[in-house]
Design a protein around this ligand. Structure first.
Ligand code: 5GP
Length: 144
């Protein structure tokens, strides 16, 4: 998948946004939905996804969605910080398969960093335990 091309409404984030696939929800407003990454690179790895746009990458996102998307990112990052007390938070955002993108609905990663704990590589993590994800999601959502 290159940077340009048609938006595929069958992508997993589109299904989650339509309620056709489940997620561990953290936060939602008129512009974004945030939920746990099920293949987390670290404890509390969250995703923030813009709603109501058929945008594959950040390059396709209407400019008036940029502010609300990053406002959502900040809300989620603050909640992650409050709930899990990481030592740092990395934001990541991949555009196009050669850059590392695997799901083609634009999104931002919120990845807690814990000193002394190596980060699992992007795309290298196994699926997390669902009970653990649910418990983490509950803590983060409560901290929003
Ligand atoms: P990308 O590689 O496109 O930047 O990020 C896509 C992210 O979505 C990856 O970190 C991957 O672990 C995550 N992911 C893939 N499939 C699912 C899924 O079905 N549910 C959730 N919550 N995350 C997913």
């Amino acid at each position: 998948m290159s940077l340009s091309g048609p938006y595929d409404p069958g992508n997993i984030f589109a299904k989650i946004l339509r309620g056709e696939a489940p997620c561990f929800k953290l936060y939602e407003d008129a512009f974004v939905l945030s939920f746990m990454d099920v293949f987390p690179q670290s404890k509390g790895h969250a995703l923030v996804v813009p709603k109501a746009v058929a945008a594959r990458t950040l390059l396709d996102l209407p400019p008036d969605h940029l502010g609300p998307l990053f406002a959502g990112v900040q809300i989620v990052a603050r909640a992650v910080e409050k709930a899990l007390r990481p030592d740092g938070i990395r934001l990541a955002q991949f555009n196009g398969a050669p850059a590392g993108q695997t799901v083609f609905h634009v999104h931002v990663h919120v990845i807690p960093i814990y000193e002394g704990r190596a980060l699992v590589g992007h795309g290298a993590a196994g699926m997390a335990n669902k009970d653990e994800l649910a418990a983490l999601a509950e803590r983060i959502a409560a901290a929003v």
